[in-house]
Design a protein around this ligand. Structure first.
Ligand code: TXA
Ligand code: MG
Length: 317
């Protein structure tokens, strides 16, 4: 993989049919391509090729024990990879296509590279709603392994420019279809017979999951190793961050929520969905600013606010 540490030319192309065809050709050739999803931009490669998956890890500088999410273009493709329990069926009906990832047992003849699930007997699988990602899977004709398109340990990208800043010179191609609408990585769950284990909070909330399945959503106590990406410092800007900050200090780039002075307001109206969509862009902006510290106003712990606070805690860890 030493070639990945050398600088290569990175093309940023607006999403249209010609750019899609080029991106798909690179995927088929085993190269990683950055592509938007409704959550964040992903760095996608052919999930059935060990070499293509290895190139994702190399480009991201990601620890190889950290498994990836595999994206499919429809439910049939998912059924060829993993085993669906009744709870998994109910979740797929309610939330796919969309921002929910399920960790399910790999089928015995699952064609996905072992490296994509880091040797685990399970696979994290998602059927995204974003038209660019869906089209890329369809045209390439293979499921796509795709972690967030950033260097390991930095913030997930919600815009093509974020991807370029993080992975420029390390990947050949970025498909630009504008900002990701949800702005936070997908909710990850492991459906069990009598409960749904929440491995990572995200845009699909525990309340919605309980309503769809009739099963309780429980935390992942003692399951830390099965979701290694949940390492405390996963989402980290380079600067110190102060959370729940009501009185910003001189030297703070202050990220606000609701009315009040700040450098960047996540939602002047106090709308949590709007705040989620702009969160990572605000962190990028704060990190790139001349201010030595970042402070963030308190955000309520309800709905998608749970996931926003989870990401902020990790950013500050
Ligand atoms: O919204 C998203 O989920 C984005 C877009 C691109 O789809 N992807 C994303 O991928 O956030 P990534 O690689 O940054 O995070 C994947 C998470 C990691 O925390 C990883 O440890 C966990 O999924 N994961 C993957 N496979 C797993 C498995 N078999 N069991 C448990 N956790 C798994
Ligand atoms: Mg990530």
């Amino acid at each position: 993989m030493s070639s990945r540490t050398r600088t290569i030319a990175t093309q940023v192309r607006a999403y249209d049919s010609a750019a899609l065809a080029e991106a798909a050709a690179l995927i088929v050739a085993g190269e990683p391509v950055a592509v938007p999803t409704e959550t964040v931009y992903g760095l996608a490669a052919d999930a059935t090729s060990e070499l293509a998956v290895a190139r994702i890890y190399a480009a991201k500088g990601r620890p190889s024990f950290n498994p990836l999410i595999v994206h499919v273009a429809d439910l049939d493709m998912a059924r060829r990879l993993v085993a669906f329990s009744p709870a998994a069926e109910a979740l797929a009906r309610a939330f796919w296509p969309g921002a929910l990832t399920m960790v399910l047992p790999r089928l015995p003849d699952c064609p996905v590279a072992a490296l994509a699930s880091a040797g685990l007997p399970t696979l994290a699988i998602r059927f995204p709603s974003h038209p660019a990602m869906r089209a890329l899977i369809q045209v390439a004709g293979v499921p796509l392994a795709a972690p967030s398109a950033n260097l390991s340990g930095s913030i997930s990208p919600t815009r093509a420019q974020h991807v370029l800043a993080s992975l420029g010179g390390r990947i050949p191609f970025i498909l630009d279809a504008g900002p990701a609408s949800d702005g936070l990585e997908s909710t990850i769950v492991r459906p069990q017979e009598k409960a749904i284990v929440l491995l990572r909070p995200g845009p699909v909330t525990p309340d919605a999951i309980e309503a769809a399945t009739g099963l309780p959503v429980i935390g992942a106590q003692g399951e830390g190793v099965t979701a290694p990406g949940q390492l405390e410092s996963h989402y980290a800007p380079a600067k110190p961050i102060v959370l729940d900050c009501i009185e910003p200090q001189p030297g703070d780039f202050h990220i606000g929520f609701g009315p009040g002075p700040c450098h960047r307001n996540l939602s002047p109206a106090g709308d949590l969905v709007e705040a989620a969509a702009g969160l990572f862009a605000a962190l990028y902006e704060a990190d790139a600013s001349p201010f030595p510290r970042i402070s963030v106003a308190p955000l309520p712990l309800r709905g998608i606010g749970l996931a926003i606070n989870d990401r902020l805690r990790r950013a500050a860890a």
